[in-house]
Write a protein that binds this ligand. Structure first.
Ligand SMILES: [Fe+2]
Length: 125
């Protein structure tokens, strides 16, 4: 294996519990705040135990015609039952964009690896 990108798995989040779900509007106004939320297990709950859990979700933006992705947010989920405490794999952030592009979400399960989802976003002037 010569590329981390080739290790990213994907699928339909309705049938595959590891795929991050991207909650974002399909269309926004340039320069205006909007929210992007990401979650795991909206349809099928993923385990949340010390032995098996979602450790993090990262969110990137790639503008149409761009050269490099921009990291928008990283959500770390660090409690998986210690002293009865749990952090569930959900995160939300406020974003402003000026150009159309693609939102990427990448999640990491400590047993089942890296998972990816994408969502196109239209930015109107
Ligand atoms: Fe898993």
């Amino acid at each position: 294996m010569d590329s981390l990108g080739k290790l990213l798995q994907t699928g339909d989040w309705k049938g595959e519990k590891h795929v991050p779900v991207i909650h974002a509007p399909e269309e926004v106004k340039a320069g205006e705040d909007f929210e992007i939320a990401v979650s795991i297990g909206d349809a099928i709950k993923h385990p949340n135990t010390l032995e098996h859990h979602i450790a993090w979700i990262k969110v990137f933006y790639f503008e149409d015609g761009g050269k490099f992705p921009v990291e928008l947010a990283t959500f770390n989920f660090t409690a998986h039952g210690e002293a009865g405490a749990f952090t569930e794999p959900f995160g939300k952030t406020t974003v402003r964009l000026s150009k159309c592009g693609t939102i990427f979400a990448i999640s990491y399960c400590n047993i089942h690896g890296l998972w990816e989802n994408t969502a196109k976003i239209k930015v109107k002037e």
